[in-house]
Design a protein around this ligand. Structure first.
Ligand SMILES: Cc1cc2nc3c(=O)[nH]c(=O)nc-3n(C[C@H](O)[C@H](O)[C@H](O)COP(=O)(O)OP(=O)(O)OC[C@H]3O[C@@H](n4cnc5c(N)ncnc54)[C@H](O)[C@@H]3O)c2cc1C
Length: 402
């Protein structure tokens, strides 16, 4: 074997897994196709569940020294009313807030910490061409240049366009999604600060997050309409944004070109089986989540922790781990399915009808009125988003499952 563990993809799942397995003494090689972390437009929410993991690793203080903003509540404007829909202030965690940090900073942080282990190797700018299969077992990968790398175990952390999906190495269930999103930045023109705000008006939904000097915005629209919207021209898009969220102020000069609108094609799917001999998929490669709740990064991290807790000890001792791979799926699949069910119900029963309706709502829907009436209930969505459903705890080195 050239390496005990080969990880494809240097995103949150791949780098956290690399760090955890290297910490347990496994020789790890991570291959990432991009030469840097700045390549893509991605989410940048680090939730309390992820910061708890960093705390267990003794890395939290160093992480929090990096520039970030802190969010502890979500506000919604709907049916002419402003309401608070998520409150994290009483979540039981050392960090009862969402840290907003650009994903490239977070990845750079993980890379720095993992690189402290001599048995960790990261190859940036190295794409894999395919997974190598011999007698039904995945035994490594072929890199884009033709070089083959053999590994005791290969982890697919290559995101929702993973080659395990393209090459049908593992079967996929597509749950469908009726929405797509334009993702863009707007400068701050008003004095509002420190929050995440969702505005619903006239069949449009706009989410904006305070990023210090600018608003990170997401305009939600019915799936497949991106080109039609762009064809109507930037003036029409600016008018829609101003109508749904007048508090953004005059944005006329700031959204001038369609190039500023990054399209996020929302997917909701998961692998039926996350493993086969020699191969385990984690993070988006195993389950693409809807952007609702901003939980994709945090689920990817939880998968990495579960995988390391179950596999790192035996791998470090040079033992075979194929029989343990189903255990990782069993550990993570239940909470993934439950979160996807909530996302599916919300997107199909709430978001899609709102987007189909061109008129403004006269009043917020009943569940929101209940949340408004009983403030303690707001902590439930806040807690679920902050901590997730099944939290993983990092095993100490030496305490990994046999
Ligand atoms: C616009 C947008 C906004 C989002 N907002 C949020 C948010 O606010 N909060 C949140 O938690 N989540 C958000 N997400 C989702 C979040 O980014 C993902 O859930 C998360 O990044 C998944 O991590 P991952 O490591 O599994 O996969 P990815 O982050 O997709 O990482 C996969 C890595 O594999 C690499 N790779 C792919 N193919 C190959 C190959 N052949 N060879 C080598 N390397 C390869 C890719 O370059 C990439 O670096 C957002 C996503 C998008 C697109």
């Amino acid at each position: 074997m050239e390496t005990d563990l080969l990880i494809v993809g240097g995103g949150p799942a791949g780098l956290m897994a690399g760090l955890l397995f290297a910490r347990a003494g496994v020789s790890v090689r991570v291959v990432e196709k991009h030469a840097d972390f700045l390549h893509d437009f991605r989410g940048d929410t680090v939730h309390p569940s992820t910061m708890d993991v960093l705390g267990q690793l003794g890395l939290l203080e160093r992480f929090l020294r990096r520039p970030h903003q802190r969010l502890n509540r979500a506000e919604l404007r709907i049916g002419g009313r402003d309401m608070v829909v998520g409150d994290l202030s009483r979540v039981r965690s050392r960090t009862p807030f969402i840290a907003m940090m650009p994903q490239w900073d977070f990845l750079d942080f993980l890379r720095g910490e993992a690189s402290a282990f001599p048995n960790f190797r990261l190859d940036m700018g190295t794409a894999i061409e395919r997974y190598l299969v011999e007698d039904g077992r995945v035994c490594g990968v072929e890199l884009a240049g033709g070089e083959c790398v053999r590994a005791g175990l290969t982890i697919a952390a290559d995101g929702r366009h993973s080659l395990v999906r393209r090459d049908r190495l593992l079967p996929l269930t597509d749950l469908g999604s009726p929405i797509d999103v334009f993702w863009f930045e707007l400068p701050k023109r008003t004095a509002e600060a420190g929050t995440l705000r969702i505005a619903v008006e006239g069949g449009r939904i706009l989410v904006r997050v305070d990023r210090g000097t600018y608003w990170q915005c997401a305009l939600v629209f019915p799936k497949g309409r991106a080109e039609t919207l762009k064809a109507r021209g930037m003036a029409a898009i600016r008018a829609e944004i101003a109508a749904v969220e007048p508090r953004l102020g005059n944005i006329a000069d700031d959204l001038a070109s369609p190039d500023q609108l990054h399209l996020l094609e929302v997917s909701l799917d998961r692998l039926k089986r996350w493993h086969r001999p020699g191969l385990l998929a984690i993070g988006d490669a195993a389950h693409a989540m809807s952007p609702m709740g901003g939980i994709g990064i945090n689920l990817a991290i939880q998968d990495a922790v579960a995988a390391a807790n179950i596999l790192a000890g035996p791998l470090a001792r040079g033992e075979a781990v194929d029989h343990l791979l189903p255990k990782v799926q069993r550990r993570r699949e239940g909470s993934t399915k439950l979160i996807q069910l909530v996302q599916k119900i919300t997107q199909d029963w709430v978001l899609a009808p709102v987007l189909r309706r061109n008129k403004s709502l006269r009043a917020p829907p009943l569940p929101l009125l209940v949340l408004e009436r009983f403030p303690a209930l707001r902590r439930i969505p806040g807690r679920a988003i902050a901590l997730g459903i099944r939290r993983e705890r990092v095993c100490l080195p030496g305490a990994y499952a046999a």
